[in-house]
Design a protein around this ligand. Structure first.
Ligand SMILES: [Zn+2]
Length: 221
């Protein structure tokens, strides 16, 4: 038996997200979609985010461009451009806890994720920073990720898994994965393990220094 929270990052995508939503709906599983801001400028993608929200999923902010990890950006306006702009586009689809997920490139949990001015922005804006503890690399291995995902689930009591609703082909196996996880004793839940949320509603509740780069010398005030 294990707990499993699912998250789908980097969408919405018209060729993939509807299938993911259908697959989750058939099983009554609620998840979180960490969306890319610039994709919401497309009305069709924005409608998919609305559909996900209306079906009970949570919508999180996954930066505007998902280009250079925030901890590696020299631009002092990174937070405004990448986070605030996306949150504006998410608008009333946002969860009250204002879920935000940074990225490090390849799923790394290190100081590429954040930088001081971004932490300041998240704190001041009442955001919750949502990391992960399971990343089966579905984008890298679209046909083989299921075995790794199941292994990761069995290895810990509560997995917060990162998957991607991207057109890699990986989501063709989502139904099989969910069925096998269910047979293995998965208890699907929507909330996040505390260990994966170092900033909660603006409050820094876990050590974050290992996720914050020194690209800026001090936190802007
Ligand atoms: Zn991502």
């Amino acid at each position: 038996m294990f707990d499993l929270t699912l998250s789908f990052d980097n969408g919405p995508e018209p060729d993939v997200t509807p299938h993911v939503l259908d697959t989750l709906a058939r099983r009554g599983i609620k998840a979180t979609f960490f969306v890319i801001g610039e994709k919401l400028l497309d009305p069709e993608r924005r409608r998919l985010a609305t559909r996900a929200h209306d079906e009970g999923h949570w919508i999180g902010n996954h930066t505007f461009t998902h280009s250079v990890p925030l901890g590696q950006q020299h631009d002092p306006d990174t937070a405004e451009h990448e986070i605030a702009r996306t949150q504006d586009l998410i608008g009333d689809l946002a969860h009250a806890k204002r879920w935000f997920r940074p990225f490090g490139g390849g799923g790394n949990l290190d100081d590429r994720l954040l930088k001081p001015s971004v932490v300041q922005h998240l704190s001041a804006g009442g955001y919750s920073c949502v990391l992960w503890n399971s990343i089966p690399r579905d984008w890298y291995d679209p046909d083989g990720w299921i075995e790794r995902a199941l292994e990761q689930c069995r290895a810990q009591a509560w997995s917060l898994m990162v998957l991607h609703d991207l057109p890699t082909g990986a989501m063709r196996h989502l139904a099989t994965f969910l069925d096998r996880a269910g047979e293995a004793g998965a208890n699907f839940r929507q909330e996040f393990p505390r260990d994966c949320v170092p900033i909660r509603a603006g409050e820094i509740v876990l050590p974050i220094t290992s996720f914050v780069s020194t690209i800026e010398e001090s936190i802007a005030s």
